[in-house]
Ligand binder design. Sequence first.
Ligand SMILES: Nc1nc2c(ncn2[C@@H]2O[C@H](COP(=O)(O)OP(=O)(O)OP(=O)(O)O)[C@@H](O)[C@H]2O)c(=O)[nH]1
Ligand SMILES: [Mg+2]
Length: 237
Amino acid sequence: MNDDVELTVLMPCLDEARTVGACVAKARGALAELAVAGEVVVADNGSGDGSQKIAASEGARVIAVERRGYGSALQAGIRAARGRYIIMGDADDSYDFRAFWPFLERLRAGQDLVLGNRFKGGIRPGAMPWLHRYVGNPLLSGILRVLFRASVGDAHCGLRGFRRDAILSLSLESSGMEFASEMIVKAVLHGLKISEVPVVLYPDGRNRRPHLRSFRDGCRHLALLCSTRIAAYGSAF
Ligand SMILES: Nc1nc2c(ncn2[C@@H]2O[C@H](COP(=O)(O)OP(=O)(O)OP(=O)(O)O)[C@@H](O)[C@H]2O)c(=O)[nH]1
Ligand SMILES: [Mg+2]
């Protein structure tokens, strides 16, 4: 870690050539405009469409990650980050990286994990499928709230900020999308300070299907919530 870098903006990326350049440019522009000592890191899982070159040409540090999956990419990116704080977000242009200021403010004020909440910030038309917005996300976020007594309104928001050392101390291990749930529930179990900020979700800029598979990934989130709850009960006795 480098003391001169306060913030790493971290993007997991798999075949996002259409959008990753714009995401990196927005994040770098905001760092410069707000005079934050920061860097942009793209954790890439072997994109076959040239995303790595595009990200690097816009000024990102690109980390090549061999182990597949959203969680694997983020874990490698978090380890490689030089910033004291990390703000992570998707490379598909569904979040506006110029809007990271509220996250940084909360982190500077002592929060460990700051989660975006798209239900509070707004979901633009076409940005989130009906099934996720009204069924999958509310259901899984509700189960998380009940099982872990956490006041989290949007457990799957991909835009979040955290203190690097606090999240490293959780030893997160999920390789897939369920990494998003693992981060929250282990933060709750370890007593980290968690808060939420409203964020806007925009339609992504891709011309193909998302990597997320609703049923498969929903089941992986649910399995993670149940197994972590059971393991936590077990270790309490
Ligand atoms: N490195 C890496 N990145 C991934 C992988 N899967 C997804 N991503 C990235 O993680 C981000 C989120 O993936 P999406 O497919 O948009 O998933 P999502 O945003 O949860 O789902 P939608 O709301 O349906 O778009 C994007 O930046 C992807 O490029 C992966 O296996 N490896
Ligand atoms: Mg997306």
